[in-house]
Design a binder for this molecule. Structure first.
Ligand SMILES: [Fe+2]
Ligand SMILES: [Fe+2]
Length: 192
């Protein structure tokens, strides 16, 4: 029989209850890369009017970053930067950023978190919006890095003829980067 905690309210929990939950949590957390990869696949075939579907755009962004010599944290961010499109129709950059946050540097997280405004430089003016919205971030030490991500990889990744690597190519990278959190308030609970 699967062991379960016995409390009805969390305030009544015991050390034994939390030993059960902690063990389950460690097992569940190990499969995070699988859940993330499964969710990324939801972007397959979702064109939204673009020349390529959102999964191809993600693969192409990551492939361009990888071929340009970026490290694994950066490439995984590039792969996942639009994963929030499914659940965050009005704030997708923040969804992807929250998922990668425990595993990447502050700058790589910042790029993901704010890429929406920077990407707007390439199209906001076509929709009657301010293409220079990214200027609000000019004072950040990460402004240049985010502008570079959008210029070199994100805005450039809509070519149906580009030979992007398949998702399988990036899977080992996702597993390595997400193997252990660099920082998380739950980090200690993951330690065995
Ligand atoms: Fe995006
Ligand atoms: Fe994108």
């Amino acid at each position: 029989m699967v062991e379960r905690a016995k409390f009805r309210e969390m305030k009544d929990g015991t050390k034994e209850d939390w030993a059960i939950i902690g063990a389950e949590y460690r097992e569940f957390a190990k499969d995070l890369p699988d859940r993330v990869l499964d969710h990324l696949k939801l972007l397959d075939g979702d064109f939204g009017g673009f020349p390529v579907c959102r999964l191809e755009h993600s693969l192409q962004t990551a492939t361009r970053a990888h071929r340009d010599g970026r490290d694994e944290q950066y490439v995984v961010m590039a792969l996942l930067h639009d994963i929030g499109d499914t659940l965050g129709s009005y704030n997708h950059p923040e969804v992807g950023a929250a998922i990668i946050k425990p595993f990447v540097t502050e700058e790589v997280h910042w790029i993901c978190q704010n890429h929406g405004a920077f990407q707007g430089y390439y199209y906001f003016h076509h929709l009657g919006m301010d293409r220079d919205r990214r200027e609000n971030f000019r004072a950040s030490p990460h402004f240049g890095a985010c502008a570079e991500f959008c210029e070199k990889y994100d805005q450039a990744a809509f070519d149906p003829d580009y030979d992007s690597e398949p998702l399988e190519f990036f899977e080992p990278m996702v597993r390595r980067v997400m193997a252990k959190p660099l920082a998380s308030m739950y980090a200690k609970a993951v330690e065995e």
